[in-house]
Design a protein around this ligand. Structure first.
Ligand code: NAP
Length: 178
């Protein structure tokens, strides 16, 4: 089994980016020494999974920050590959997770965005949700989950961790019988 962790930063009103795709608002809450567990998560995972819009952020920067972890970018386009550790895939989430399992990769960070997270959720592939709520209302933008028709899904509360910056990190797991 591959444990898929959806870890993202969200505004209080449920957006991971502004409507133009910007995440500049995240840096306003940067506090020295607070990384909200991102470093620990990154060192605990065997794979990174991301949608093409999220990958395009790295494309704009022209550099890939995680060359030591195999990464899969979901896309139907022929995008540039920034590093040999990156695989572009047009397979569906379940097929890619099957591939990870076959390679013995046990834990993956689903980095986003909201469209890819909704696809993983539709296939009941997300084991853990770690959502850092930033104290800001954006009013509109890219939602944590793109609208989907998978229906209500009950989660099990694990923890709520407050940070000095006003950020609260919520952790939930898929309920056992969901
Ligand atoms: N706040 C945070 O922590 C955080 C984290 C991650 C991302 N973000 C932001 O979120 C925004 C991107 O999120 P998004 O929801 O717009 O897009 P996304 O999930 O990153 O990418 C969606 C795109 O991926 C491709 N794709 C291929 N297979 C797919 C599948 N099975 N399911 C879904 N998509 C699939 C499609 O494009 P093509 O096939 O046409 O390529 C689709 O339009 C960016 O602005 C990014 O900076 C914020």
């Amino acid at each position: 089994m591959v444990e898929v962790v959806y870890y993202v930063a969200s505004s209080l009103d449920g957006y991971i980016a502004t409507s133009d795709g910007s995440v500049e608002w995240l840096s306003r809450f940067h506090t020295a020494g607070e990384d909200h567990g991102a470093g620990e998560l990154e060192s605990s995972v065997d794979a990174l999974l991301l949608g093409s819009h999220t990958y395009e952020f790295a494309l704009k920067l022209g550099q890939w920050p995680s060359p030591n972890t195999p990464s899969w970018v979901f896309t139907h386009r022929d995008l540039p590959i920034l590093d040999p550790s990156i695989t572009l895939t047009s397979q569906n989430p379940g097929e890619v997770i099957g591939l990870l399992a076959a390679r013995g990769l046990g834990r993956a960070w689903l980095m986003g965005g909201g469209k890819l997270a909704a696809s993983f959720h539709a296939e009941a592939l997300i084991s853990r949700y770690i959502i850092s709520i930033f104290p800001i209302l954006l009013g509109s933008g890219v939602p944590v989950f793109a609208p989907h028709s998978s229906g209500a899904d009950e989660l099990r509360f694990i923890s709520a961790t407050p940070f000095k910056s006003g950020i609260i990190q919520l952790t939930y797991e898929q309920a056992p019988n969901a």
